[in-house]
Design a protein around this ligand. Sequence first.
Ligand code: SF4
Ligand code: SF4
Length: 302
Amino acid sequence: MSIITSIQKYSIHDGDGIRTTVFFKGCPLSCKWCHNPETQHYHPELLFHKDNCVGCGQCIYACKESAITLVQQKAYLNRDLCKNCGACIDACNYNLRELVGTPYTVEELFSQIKKDEMFYEQSGGGVTLSGGEVMTADMDFLEALCKKLYRYGISIFVDTCGQAPYSNYERLLPYIDTFLYDIKTTDVALHKAYIGTDPSLILSNLEKLSAAGARIYIRIPVIREVNGNREAMADILRFLKEKQIQVAQVNLLPYHKTGSAKYARMGIVYPGENLHAPTAEEMDTFVALFKENGYHKVYIGG
Ligand code: SF4
Ligand code: SF4
C-alpha cells in the first residue's frame, strides 16, 4: 500500500505530453513555499474548510477523541487530539471536512493510470510520479508499480526533490524515462533556512544519476529571496558544469502563492508569506544566462 493524496488527469505541466500525475504523501523537506502542504506528512490528514462552518456542532458528537469544540460559533479542531479517523466527515452536512490521503494497492493504482492510455499514445505522455517526495515512499510498492507500467509500455517520469537514499533511485532507474529533478540553491545556509536541510544529498544524487545515464530535466523554482538573482543562478550553473551533469531540459518555475489557502484548511500558518516572485524581466535574464552557457532547451514554467 502507498498513501496517495490525488491523481491528476490530463496534466501538461509535469513532463512531456499529456500525463497522469500521481501525488504520493510524505516528504522529508519543508520548503517554505510548498504548494502541496497536504503531501508533507506520511499519514492521512483531516482538512477543514473553517470559513464556511455554521457552528451546528454535529461534528462534535461524531468525534470520540473530543478533538472538536465550538469557539465563537465555529468548530475548532485540536490537532493534537485528532487521530485523523475521518468519523466527523459524514456528520457535516456542509461537506466542510475531508480526509486527504488514500491507501492504494499497486493493482488499484495501475488500473487508474491505465485508464488514460489513449491520451498517452496520442500526445507522447505517460505517468508522472510526484508528491510529496515519491522517492521516499514504499520502494517495494514503487518498484512493483514501475515494473508493471514499464512492461505495459507506459512512460514514467519521476518528479523528485532529490532528498532520498541513492539506492532508491538505483532500484527504479531501469524503468524511468525521465527524472524531473529540483534544484533550489547550492548555498548551504539558504538551503537550511528555506528548505530545512543542507543540499549535499540532493546534489550528490544528481551527480550519480547523471553518471548512471539517467535522462534529467532540471527544474528550478525561482524565488527572489532564495535564488532569484544572477549570482545564485550562476552558482547552480557552475555546479552543473563542474559535475558534468547531462541536462536534457531546464525549466525555471517562477514562484506563486497558489496553494497558500490549503495551509488554512490544515490549521497552519503559510510560511511563505514573505517570499516574492521574480519579475518577468528577471526570468528572461535567467533564461538568457542558461542559454549563454550552452543549454538550448530552457523554458519558463513546465
Ligand atoms: S478526524 Fe476523527 S479524531 Fe479527528 S476531529 Fe474528526 S472525528 Fe475527531
Ligand atoms: S458539522 Fe460542519 S458546519 Fe457543523 S460545526 Fe461541524 S464543521 Fe461546522
